[in-house]
Design a protein around this ligand. Structure first.
Ligand SMILES: Cc1ncc(COP(=O)(O)O)c(C=O)c1O
Length: 201
């Protein structure tokens, strides 16, 4: 381990809390310094393929100058404005219209969020609101899959079907049901029942 990495990890331990923090993992962790296309370089100077593309949010690759320039230009022109209280802005309008042009005609209006967990929360809230408007306010159950991952905010964690993510933060939000996932390798049969084997095995 280089001294730069050791020093960075010492400061990390002193000041940073990570999502789903695991002290042992963080102690021997990677410190990522740069990215170019699909390749990441860590503080030891080693290169790795970023097979997850960040968390599926860097699909266009690292180091894309056109994206950096677009973000920089927008920050110079207008750093932030909210979408509340009758406000809007041209880039959000352009993006919503562009996505509308790419999707089916029945999908034409968009709600932007800052990430996956917030998207899950927003979906759950939109579904609740929809049923309330139709006169069914009691329809609040959400069915998700065992092993499904939906984020780490409270309702998203409750939707998440990876049980190891629950105990530190329970009680979970009520109304989230989990059904088996179509994943034979990790299938967990309801207790007392064995998974049925497919033909020809
Ligand atoms: C399907 C799905 N939902 C939700 C999330 C949570 O996203 P975020 O970490 O941006 O809150 C992820 C992140 O990997 C995801 O893959």
């Amino acid at each position: 381990m280089t001294s730069t990495k050791t020093e960075l990890l010492t400061r990390d331990r002193a000041h940073l809390i990570h999502p789903l923090h695991d002290r042992n993992l963080q102690e021997k962790g990677h410190v990522w310094i740069s990215g170019d296309g699909a390749v990441l370089t860590d503080a030891d100077g080693r290169e790795y393929i970023d097979g997850l593309a960040g968390l599926w949010n860097v699909v266009a690759g690292h180091g894309r100058l056109e994206l950096a320039r677009a973000a920089s230009g927008q920050m110079e022109q207008l750093g932030y404005c909210s979408g509340y209280s009758g406000s809007s802005n041209p880039p959000a309008i352009r993006l919503a219209q562009r996505i509308s042009d790419l999707t089916y005609p029945s999908i034409s209006r968009f709600f932007f969020t800052s990430g996956g967990g917030e998207s899950t929360e927003s979906c759950v809230k939109t579904a609740r609101y929809y049923w309330k408007l139709l006169g069914y306010p009691h329809k609040t159950k959400v069915i998700s899959r065992q092993w499904g991952y939906h984020g780490v905010t409270l309702a998203a964690m409750s939707a998440t079907g990876i049980t190891a993510y629950w105990p530190m933060f329970e009680p979970r939000v009520p109304g989230f049901l989990h059904i088996p996932s179509p994943y034979p390798y990790r299938y967990e049969a309801p207790s007392g029942r064995r998974p049925r084997r497919g033909r020809g095995r």
